[in-house]
Design a protein around this ligand. Structure first.
Ligand SMILES: NC(=O)c1ccc[n+]([C@@H]2O[C@H](COP(=O)([O-])OP(=O)(O)OC[C@H]3O[C@@H](n4cnc5c(N)ncnc54)[C@H](OP(=O)(O)O)[C@@H]3O)[C@@H](O)[C@H]2O)c1
Length: 274
């Protein structure tokens, strides 16, 4: 008999997820069947998608992954179709996906501009990861910053955050620009619909004949090995750097998840099971 621990979610999230939304319970695992195996967790991935509505009945099991999937490589290369010399903007740039996208853009010969939530994160992007420019979206005028740092306009935008940041970026895009809509974390906790409003995008989309495409990483599931090989090669060549924000202990998983919405992490947020 194997006794395991799991998180259950007591009620639908309202606004920011809170520790009181979760409870850890023990569960006796059923006996293994012939085609099953038991794996002991070493690391748990916490991800923004876990904020979504989990079901119609609460309490319910918390969802999650023990192995992180990689969204940046295919989402950026396949949807943005970047070309050398083009200017790429990444929002949520110091996070797991964003920091990866910006570096891939540099490897492919693009000029890269990132937006992140602290000055320290921006220094990491420019000093360590090779971004050409980065700014703290909390204290910069994004339109002015882009006019100064992307004087020829923006060709590709990898959007992790949505909202007003994205409206400003899209308004500065070039003819036939491409937007990969990966996520909209700025809206996930917003309970007041009034606050969800952002400047209307359609005039910019029409004027510049932009292509805006959402994606889920599972679309590229049959090419996972190709993505892993390419990323591994770049890591081994020293072209792709990564940072992990590791929190110890299964009991800290809810804190790690909540931290995603406060910008606590730089790079990929993980829980180490000790
Ligand atoms: N389409 C897919 O298949 C797919 C797969 C994975 C992830 N995603 C999406 O990709 C995005 C990034 O995911 P990730 O796993 O790489 O997470 P992450 O970027 O490592 O962590 C979330 C980051 O979002 C930023 N953030 C939080 N609230 C914000 C706000 N109101 N405005 C702007 N930024 C905010 C925080 O950094 P700051 O300090 O910069 O604010 C935080 O560190 C999310 O939107 C996620 O839903 C999509």
């Amino acid at each position: 008999m194997v006794l395991s621990k799991k998180y259950i979610v007591l009620r639908p999230f309202f606004g920011e997820p809170k520790n009181s939304d979760f409870k850890i319970v023990e569960e006796e695992l059923p006996d293994l069947q012939d085609d099953e195996f038991l794996a002991k967790a070493a690391y748990i991935s916490v991800d923004p998608y876990q904020r979504m509505k989990l079901g119609d009945k609460y309490p319910c099991d918390m969802i999650g992954g023990q192995i992180a999937k990689n969204s940046a490589y295919f989402g950026f290369t396949q949807i943005c179709q970047p070309k050398p010399g083009e200017t790429v903007v990444v929002s949520g740039a110091a996070g797991a996906v964003g920091s990866h996208v910006g570096q891939i853009a540099k490897i492919l010969g693009c000029r890269v501009i990132g937006f992140a939530g602290t000055d320290e994160k921006c220094k990491w992007l420019t000093n360590d990861l090779g971004f050409d420019a980065a700014a703290n979206y909390k204290n910069v005028n994004i339109a002015t910053f882009l006019r100064e740092n992307a004087p020829n306009g923006v060709d590709c935008y990898f959007d992790n955050v949505g909202g007003e940041i994205s409206s400003v970026v899209v308004s500065q895009m070039n003819l036939f620009g491409r937007v990969a809509t990966c996520g909209a974390i700025s809206s996930y906790n917003e309970t007041e619909s009034e606050k969800r409003k952002a400047t209307i995008l359609q005039p910019s989309i029409v004027r510049n004949q932009l292509k805006i495409e959402g994606f889920l990483v599972n679309r590229f599931a049959d090419r996972t090995t190709e993505g892993i090989k390419q990323n591994l090669q770049w890591v081994q060549e020293g072209k792709l750097k990564y940072r992990e924000h590791i929190i110890d202990g299964f009991e800290s998983t809810a804190d790690a998840f909540i931290g995603l919405f406060n910008g606590a992490n730089t790079g990929k947020s993980l829980v180490r099971i000790i």
